[in-house]
Design a protein around this ligand. Structure first.
Ligand code: CA
Length: 221
């Protein structure tokens, strides 16, 4: 599940990014209205966490723009403005939820889960393939009914493959999704993760789970 965080406060942004990544979300974090606009034009997200006081504008204007343009990603406003009027304004403009600052990370995570659940009618949240069952909301993985322990990175990696069964995924594409765009694909970090992931699914008989295309990418068989 991909989350966009729009938050200009460095410490809070970093905290949110880390906290949500640890819960297996793939998180992009931006700090301005203009970079939020770019991020949403480049790719789609499963949910957006939106701060209102941003250095180059107001999050409410961003929200208004997005809804007008037809972006229907669920938006949770995270703001220090917490009067009833502020909340009504945000919700009327198309926000799906409103959490006042300061907040607890646990509550934010619970609200994001609830947003994702409500918006998941058209989107599959449990992916299944060759006995693997990946539950995107519950953050669990089972192989033939047996629970498998994955780190958040491994989970995100597997999720990309489960959305693209049989497709050869280029190394750059995988790296961009997992490590943002700045990851140097010459390093062997991706191969390390792939070998760890393979190791955790070595109980699956018959053909191997992943095929390596040397220098090109990987395919979930
Ligand atoms: Ca702010």
């Amino acid at each position: 599940m991909k989350i966009l965080i729009v938050e200009d406060q460095q410490r809070l942004g970093l905290f949110l990014k880390q906290g949500m990544s640890e819960h297996t979300y793939t998180v992009s974090w931006v700090g301005t209205c203009s970079s939020a606009r770019d991020a949403l034009c480049e790719t789609s997200y499963d949910a957006i966490v939106l701060d209102l006081g941003l250095p180059d504008g107001d999050g409410l204007d961003l929200l208004r723009e997005w809804r007008k343009a037809g972006f229907n990603e669920p938006v949770l406003i995270l703001s220090a403005r917490d009067t009833v009027e502020d909340r009504i304004k945000g919700l009327d403009l198309g926000a799906d939820d409103y959490l006042p600052k300061p907040f607890s990370l646990e509550e934010l995570l619970a609200r994001v889960r609830s947003l994702l659940r409500r918006h998941s009618t058209t989107k599959e949240t449990v992916l299944e393939h060759r006995g693997i069952k990946l539950d995107l909301l519950g953050h669990t993985v089972h192989v033939n009914g047996k629970s498998i322990d994955l780190t958040s990175r491994e989970f995100a990696l597997l999720e990309i493959f489960m959305h693209n069964i049989g497709r050869i995924l280029p190394r750059t594409l995988i790296a961009e999704k997992i490590w943002d765009a700045h990851y140097d694909v010459d390093t062997n970090l991706l191969d390390v993760y792939m070998s760890k992931l393979r190791g955790k699914f070595d109980t699956i008989p018959d053909q191997p789970l992943f095929k390596t295309f040397r220098g090109v990418g990987y395919q979930l068989l």
